[in-house]
Write a protein that binds this ligand. Structure first.
Ligand SMILES: Nc1nc2c(ncn2[C@@H]2O[C@H](COP(=O)(O)OP(=O)(O)OP(=O)(O)O)[C@@H](O)[C@H]2O)c(=O)[nH]1
Ligand SMILES: [Mg+2]
Length: 326
């Protein structure tokens, strides 16, 4: 797919330090990051696999195994781990670093974490841009790990070309995943920690639920695995490959990527508009309008039009003009 395919070489465009710096800029919303995110056409993007699921489900352990499999077949891989910076993050990244450290001297592997900074649209814009920059570096496969708890994280997981949802044996996890909306976005299920009791039941329950779900051209397979020992991981990865083949051969991949790009534009438009609006509110001539609203002389929505467009856009007019009916 990409020019760096199967060479195991260091990223084509720049060294790791350049890549790391660019990703830091993107994470911080620094325009220098965006400048690097140009010229990568959709067709040239690396394949993106999203790995999501409840906290502690084994996403990082599984990702680590995927990295190993990919390296075995000579493919290069970059991992973007989204750190939710929320109540669940307790030390997870440190654990990830230790776990993934076996790959740290391998030039065909790049591992990076990215934090939610809480700013509007932050991750929603930073993640796809980061994936494009990583793509441009020539990695064959990109893996995005997110904890499937917040809406933003679930949205990010859904934006992958193939979304893998990791759940654990037992009803609790199934219900939790369903509440978070993870079941709807799954292309593949991995029932990880299958060394524990209840894996077969959980897989059966999932299969039962999936058989009754609305018919879809792609029926998500359910695979059991033990990421910690590597057992079953190849089957999970084979399912990812099947899904990849499915979306590629049906043209769904191109459609998905296009609609994601459009959604990204929507987010960017809202972001830019919100910043512009904030500036208008701070402008010196806004003070009079704000005072009028505070005094109840002008309708709030009219005032908004006045601030943004310079006129009231055919609104209700001043209070005086529209309260005569009472
Ligand atoms: N018994 C068992 N434990 C596992 C398995 N896979 C992972 N674990 C353990 O589960 C714990 C969490 O694994 P992680 O891979 O960090 O899980 P995660 O989903 O990335 O966790 P967060 O990123 O914190 O949400 C670790 O202690 C792992 O060793 C498995 O197949 N069986
Ligand atoms: Mg993790």
């Amino acid at each position: 797919m990409s020019a760096g395919a199967s060479t195991g070489d260091t990223p084509r465009l720049g060294d790791r330090r350049t890549l790391a710096r660019t990703l830091t800029w993107l994470e911080a919303g620094d325009p220098r990051g965006r400048a690097a995110d140009t010229g990568t056409r959709e067709q040239d993007w690396a394949y993106v696999v999203g790995v999501t699921g409840s906290p502690g489900a084994g996403k990082s352990t599984l990702t680590n195994e995927f990295v190993r499999l990919l390296r075995h077949s000579g493919q290069t891989v970059a991992v973007l781990a989204i750190d939710p910076s929320g109540p669940f993050s307790g030390g997870a990244l440190l654990g990830d670093r230790i776990r993934m450290s076996e790959h740290q001297h391998d030039p065909g592997v790049y591992i990076r974490s990215m934090a939610t900074r809480g700013q509007l649209g932050g991750l929603a814009l930073a993640v796809p841009a980061s994936l494009r920059v990583m793509s441009a570096c020539g990695f064959d496969v990109l893996i995005v790990e997110t904890v499937g708890v917040g809406q933003i994280e679930v949205d990010i997981a859904q934006q992958a070309d193939t979304t893998l949802v990791v759940i654990n044996p037992g009803w609790g996890d199934h219900v939790q995943a369903s509440k978070a909306g993870l079941l709807e976005i799954a292309d593949i299920f991995a029932v990880n920690k299958a060394d524990r009791a209840g894996a077969d039941d959980t897989a059966a329950e999932l299969n039962y639920a999936l058989d009754f779900a609305a018919p879809n051209r792609w029926r998500p397979p359910v695979e059991r695995c033990v990421a910690e020992t590597g057992e079953g991981v190849e089957k999970v990865w084979a399912a990812v490959q099947s899904h990849r083949h499915h979306v590629t051969s049906t043209g769904q991949l191109d459609r998905q990527r296009r609609s994601r790009r459009i959604e990204e534009l929507r987010i960017a438009v809202r972001e830019v508009a919100a910043r512009r609006a904030e500036r208008q509110l701070q402008a010196p001539d806004a003070a009079a309008v704000i005072d009028s609203v505070a005094a109840g002389d002008i309708d709030v929505v009219d005032a908004a039009h006045l601030l943004l467009d310079g006129d009231q856009a055919g609104g209700a007019g001043t209070r005086q003009g529209c309260t005569t009916a009472t």
